[in-house]
Design a protein around this ligand. Structure first.
Ligand code: FAD
Ligand code: NAD
Length: 465
């Protein structure tokens, strides 16, 4: 092996996006990953398999809900093996496609573990050394363990085990009421497990606005067996019947399986970072500037290993900024809005400033809310359990943030991200014609509420538009 202009370590959505763009910009690029194809956590054991399975969950739930509008199906049977193969097939097809796309771009893809020897050399296990002018570290993250629990048991799952879909347990405890806990809880509840969620903080999805979470929580409480808030797991031990869990503040219970989803830790060790000047910051992530450059000038870091939020689209965007910076472009990572989407039922999505953040910063904002009970489209879907809210600067009328809960919120948030990023005023959204009947109209109607001119909610106010 000789020398690459750009070496990318880690082929997840951060790493492959960086490598693909570096190659498109004419830079000779090498991509190293442990797997046979690019894809990373997102494709192999994250975003894609979880969303494939959540689609199946949605089909089951919709069939059940149809009874309310006069359509009864007999109880479904789930062929777990077939569902698993379909999900694995989706992953195979996507990662195979990425492998082809790397080849087409003439990227040298190496399967192996890279380790930095010095700021311009890596060793790839058993395959020799490779020099590089610039490297991009995109080694991602792994599940965090539950503090104080050392038990090793096949019944104790992390997200990868849950996505393997080996079986549908009769009872499942999900520890952590964040993204993974709620998505996997939604999946297994739809598949027929009795799901209990335990969250140590006072609310599910800590950080998200309470009014959005309240709507989601109502449905979750209906579909899950129990939701324990403000509760910690005191200990877990294996018995012949399952895992016996002690809770702080709740009676102990036995579950067939326990899924731990209490956050993720960046992968910062085991690849020779100490042989460079790159530093790990106080939060445990590799420290970078706004182009992704670490304290070692030849080395960039992007994605989950470089900081929150640990989301695929944030990783890709950072990867593309780093590739452009290496190509000599004057770029920086400075988004106004990074969307967050929780693919539960209903979905919850937000971007830009949240109401919680605004209140925490003592920032003056006006919050307008359009309840989906007033949306014709939501009624035709028989899903009025939704709300669209805008967080607006009352002086400039700029849309600073948006939150949506409701079916399809994850797709709807795109317009909101564009509005915040482009510096749109509430009137820009209010004056844009939205197709009828769609739930996208709820964004327009929420903007109209700000001016007191909303057709379907009578709330007189300033009448400015
Ligand atoms: P990763 O995807 O973690 O990839 C890192 C890669 O680096 C891996 O392929 C690994 O093999 C490789 N690697 C590590 N060390 C080395 C080394 N020394 N040498 C060579 N290769 C190495 N995000 C969303 O935006 N939407 C979602 O719906 C979503 N769902 C998720 C569901 C689950 C269950 C999980 C666990 C995560 C989910 N995420 C989701 C988060 C998303 O997967 C991550 O934010 C994203 O994968 C981060 O990308 P990355 O490129 O930083 O790293
Ligand atoms: P998370 O940070 O979203 O949620 C973890 C939850 O566990 C928090 O609510 C936290 O308060 C709680 N918790 C922590 N310790 C606990 C304990 N001892 N007992 C009970 N509760 C405890 O983390 P996650 O759900 O593991 O997901 C990891 C990351 O992966 C997410 O933050 C997100 O960045 C990414 N992800 C994104 C998506 C998506 O975009 N749809 C889906 C899955 C994962």
């Amino acid at each position: 092996m000789d020398k690459a202009k750009v070496l990318v370590v880690g082929g997840g959505p951060g790493g492959y996006a960086a490598a693909f763009l570096a190659a498109d910009l004419g830079l000779e690029t090498t991509l190293v990953d442990l797997e046979a194809n690019p894809g990373g956590v997102c494709l192999y054991r994250g975003c894609i398999p979880s969303k494939a399975l959540l689609h199946a969950a949605r089909v089951l739930t919709e069939a059940k809900d149809a009874a309310a509008i006069g359509i009864e199906f007999s109880a479904p049977t789930v062929d777990v093996g077939k569902l698993r193969s379909w999900k694995d097939g989706v992953v195979r097809r996507l990662v195979g496609g990425l492998g082809m796309l790397a080849k087409q771009r003439k990227i040298l893809f190496i399967q192996g573990r890279a380790k930095f020897i010095d700021p311009h050399t890596v060793e790839i296990d058993g395959q020799g050394r490779l020099g590089f002018e610039y490297a991009i570290v995109a080694t991602g993250s792994r599940p965090a363990a539950l503090p104080g629990v050392t038990l090793e048991s096949e019944r104790l799952w992390d997200s990868t085990d849950a996505l393997a879909l080996e079986k549908i347990p009769k009872s499942l405890l999900v520890v952590g009421g964040g993204y993974i806990g709620l998505e996997m809880g939604t999946l297994y509840a739809a598949l027929g497990s009795q799901v209990t969620t335990v969250e140590m903080l006072p609310a599910l999805l800590p950080g998200a606005d309470k009014d959005l979470v309240d709507i989601l929580s109502r449905r979750i409480r209906k579909n899950f067996e129990a939701v324990y808030l403000n509760t910690k797991v005191g200990g877990i031990e294996e018995t012949t019947d399952g895992l016996k869990v002690r809770f702080e503040g709740q009676p102990e219970r036995v579950f067939e399986n326990v899924l731990v989803a209490v956050g993720r830790k960046p992968n910062i060790s085991g690849f020779g970072l100490e042989n460079t000047k790159a530093v790990v910051d106080e939060r445990g992530f590799i420290g970078t500037d706004n182009q992704g450059r670490t304290a070692e000038p030849s080395i960039f870091a992007i994605g989950d290993v470089a900081g929150e939020p640990m989301l695929a689209h944030k990783a890709s965007h950072e990867g593309r900024v780093a590739a452009r910076a290496i190509a000599g472009e004057d770029v920086s990572f400075a988004p106004k809005a990074i969307p967050g989407v929780v693919f539960t039922d209903p979905e919850a999505a937000w971007c830009g400033l949240t109401q919680t953040q605004a209140e925490g910063e003592g920032r003056e904002v006006e919050v307008v809310r359009f309840p989906w009970a007033a949306s014709g489209r939501a009624l035709t879907l028989n899903r009025t359990d939704g709300m669209t809210k805008l967080i607006i600067d009352p002086k400039t009328e700029l849309v600073l943030g948006v939150g949506i809960v409701g079916v399809g919120a994850g797709d709807l948030i795109a317009e909101a991200v564009f509005a915040v990023e482009a510096g749109a005023k509430a009137s820009d959204i209010a004056h844009t014609i939205h197709a009828h009947p769609t739930t996208s109209e709820t964004l327009m109607e929420a903007a109209d509420i700000f001016y007191g001119t909303c057709a379907h909610i009578y709330r007189p106010k300033r009448g400015k538009t």
